[in-house]
Design a protein around this ligand. Structure first.
Ligand code: GRF
Length: 217
């Protein structure tokens, strides 16, 4: 089966993009990372991508008068490379409803919380302030509203006594690197379908799983 042609949009470090690139190096992975695009020309992730032999393309938001022109340049870059699916991975620009609609069900994002809790920024600080014992991360199809859309996969992460936003972020980021490649494989492999704004996985074997209890003792 032909591998799905994927672009990853980043703004900075790009550790989730790197996790996707590494996963896609497996010969049986259903997606190929064809392009890494950044709105910030100095994003560290661009160097990682070109070192991995992937086209790394900066499209500087500052070079455009408005959002529509900027997004048109992104769309042109994606269509020129016959991209079929777009992964947002720490891409810090809000995309317009037009762009999101154009890529409906072909645009996914990773967010560092168990959605629909803690949409937006500073999720780890807010999880600590709320006193939740379980936090986590989510990969979802993108809709026009921020951090909204059908959920593909989530990982739950315990909040430990003494956690700071930094230690919690570190634990959640490790889970992000685990679930984003799984989510992309589900979508690119044709296993995850959107039905009525929920994701169904009709041909996936579901384990019963165990509850994550936090604190465990
Ligand atoms: C991640 O925590 C991701 O969930 C959020 O932004 C961060 C990006 O980190 N959207 P990286 O650039 O992938 O290292």
């Amino acid at each position: 089966m032909a591998r799905m042609r994927v672009a990853v949009l980043i703004s900075g470090r790009g550790s989730n993009m790197a996790a996707l690139v590494r996963a896609a190096q497996a010969p049986d992975y259903p997606a190929e990372i064809v392009l890494v695009l950044s709105d910030k020309p100095d994003a560290a992730g661009l160097a990682f991508a070109s070192d991995a032999g992937i086209e790394a393309l900066p499209i500087d938001r500052k070079g455009f008068a408005g959002k529509a022109d900027f997004e048109a340049a992104i769309t042109a870059a994606l269509t020129a490379r016959q991209i079929e699916l777009v992964c947002l991975a720490g891409f810090m620009r809000l995309l317009s409803a037009d762009f999101v609609e154009r890529w409906r069900d072909r645009l996914i994002n990773i967010h560092p919380s168990l959605l629909p809790s803690f949409r937006g920024l500073d999720t780890h600080e807010r999880a600590l302030a709320a006193g939740v014992r379980i936090h986590g991360c989510t990969v979802h199809f993108v809709r026009a509203a921020t951090d909204d859309g059908p959920i593909i996969i989530q990982a739950a992460v315990p909040v430990l006594d003494g956690d700071t936003a930094e230690t919690l972020q570190h634990r959640v980021l490790a889970a992000e690197h685990d679930i984003y490649p799984r989510a992309l494989a589900l979508v690119a492999g044709g296993h995850a379908r959107v039905e009525g704004e929920r994701v169904v996985l009709p041909d996936m074997a579901m384990s019963e799983g165990r509850p994550l209890i936090s604190p465990a003792a």
